[in-house]
Write a protein of this length. Structure first.
Length: 140
């Protein structure tokens, strides 16, 4: 079954964090006629670690190149954060695409390819039950 608007899509299932790493989730097709993507990232910190950066990305070339459209910055405090990205917003002219380097806690409205994915990068060694979970909902 394809992606349906209004349904929760898991971008990163609840994943225990440990040593410093970069992880990229599977890509999910963007449903036809979408107008927005709401994303929730749940970061649980049990101990250790330094930073956990979460990037929501899209591709304009069938998954060859990935571009950041939202970023969540977590450090050493448990937190839940939400971003919303809209397609019906004019994209600023001459935006330089980024892959894993969009500024902390920002979004890039007006840009969406035919697929999305989530990428996270941790620095330091998180311990115990430290985890990240990312889900999104497409709206029409």
């Amino acid at each position: 079954m394809g992606v349906r608007q209004g349904r929760v899509q898991t971008l990163i299932p609840s994943t225990t964090l440990a040593a410093a790493t970069t992880v990229t989730g599977d890509d999910i097709g963007v449903p036809e006629g979408w107008r927005g993507l709401s994303v929730q990232a749940v970061f649980t910190r049990a101990g250790g670690g330094t930073t956990c950066d979460v990037f929501i990305q899209t591709s304009l070339d069938d998954g060859t190149t990935w571009v950041d459209i939202a970023q969540f910055a977590f450090t050493t405090t448990t937190a839940t954060r939400i971003h919303g990205v809209r397609s019906a917003i004019a994209l600023a002219a001459n935006v330089t695409p980024t892959d894993g380097s969009l500024a902390d806690n920002t979004i890039l409205d007006g840009l969406m390819g035919d697929r999305v994915r989530c990428k996270y990068v941790t620095v330091g060694t998180y311990t115990g039950a430290s985890s990240i979970k990312v889900q999104g909902v497409f709206q029409h």
